[in-house]
Design a protein around this ligand. Sequence first.
Ligand SMILES: Nc1ncnc2c1ncn2[C@@H]1O[C@H](COP(=O)(O)OP(=O)(O)O)[C@@H](O)[C@H]1O
Ligand SMILES: [Mg+2]
Length: 267
Amino acid sequence: MPRIISVINQKGGVGKTTTAINLAAGLAIKNWLNVLLIDLDPQGNASTGVGIDPSQRDKSIYDLLIGKNSFSESIKKTKINNLKIITANPELSGLETELANDSQKAFLLKNLIGDSFQEIEKENFSYIIIDCPPSLSLLTIMSLVASNTLVVPLQAEFFALEGLSQLVKTIERIKINLNKDLDIHGILLTMFDKRNKLCGEVEKEARNFFGQKVYNSNIPRNVRISEAPSFGLPVILYDKYCAGALAYNEFVEEFITRETSKEKKVA
Ligand SMILES: Nc1ncnc2c1ncn2[C@@H]1O[C@H](COP(=O)(O)OP(=O)(O)O)[C@@H](O)[C@H]1O
Ligand SMILES: [Mg+2]
C-alpha cells in the first residue's frame, strides 16, 4: 500500500495547499514515483493548483466518500507526469451534517482506501498526499485516521505556535483512540522572511520545542509561489529557478531523506 501523508494545520492560509501540491509534484517528477493527491478541502484549491478547472470536478472526493463513485472512477490525470488527483468541490462541506448519525464516520476515508486496495495497487501509487481543510472538523479527523504521517506547515508569525499546540493535542487524542501509529513527519516553516526578527524568533521557539521534527528547509515568502496557482501549476514547474521553487525542491529532498532513514530504522 502507498504511504499516506496528510498536509495539515487547522489555520487557513499557512501554506498547506501550496506544500501539498509541490510535495506531490516533486515526488512525481523528481523521484519518478506515482503519486495521488487528494483534495480534501471544499474550496478545491489543490484542484485549481494542478490545473483542474471547476467544470471538471465531477466524480469528486465527496462522491467517493458517499459511495457514488468507485476509487478508480474518481481518479483524474493532471498535466503533471505521474501525478493524479481526486478533486474536491463545495458539496464536500455538507458531508459532516449528512454523516451526523454515523458512528463510524471517522473511519470513512481509511476504510475506503483499505477496501479499494486492488484499484490503488493497479495504479502503483507510492504516495497518497492529502490536502486538508483549515479546521479540525470531521474531514480533518478522517484524514488523521487514514494517514501514516503528517506534514505540518507553520507560518512564521506570532500566533503560529499557539495553534500548533491545539493540533498536537488533537493528534495525541487520535493516537490514543483511532490511529496509534500516527506521527508527525515534520514541521515546515513557510512564508519565511529571514530579515524579519519575529520569523527568527518563531523558528527558534519551534526548534526548541519540536527539535529535529522541524525540517531544515524553510520556504521563503516568494511572489512566484502565489502566482503559480493561477497558471494551474506547482511553483516547482511554473518557475523552476525562483527562490520558492528551489526551497520546495530542497524540502522534497529532505522529505525523501527522512523517509529512507525511517525505512532503514525499521529494517
Ligand atoms: N511561501 C509563500 N510565499 C508567498 N505566497 C505564498 C507562500 N505560500 C503560500 N502562499 C500563498 O498564500 C495563500 C495561502 O496559501 P495556501 O497554500 O493556499 O494555504 P492554506 O492551504 O494553508 O490555506 C495562497 O494564495 C498562496 O498562493
Ligand atoms: Mg488550502
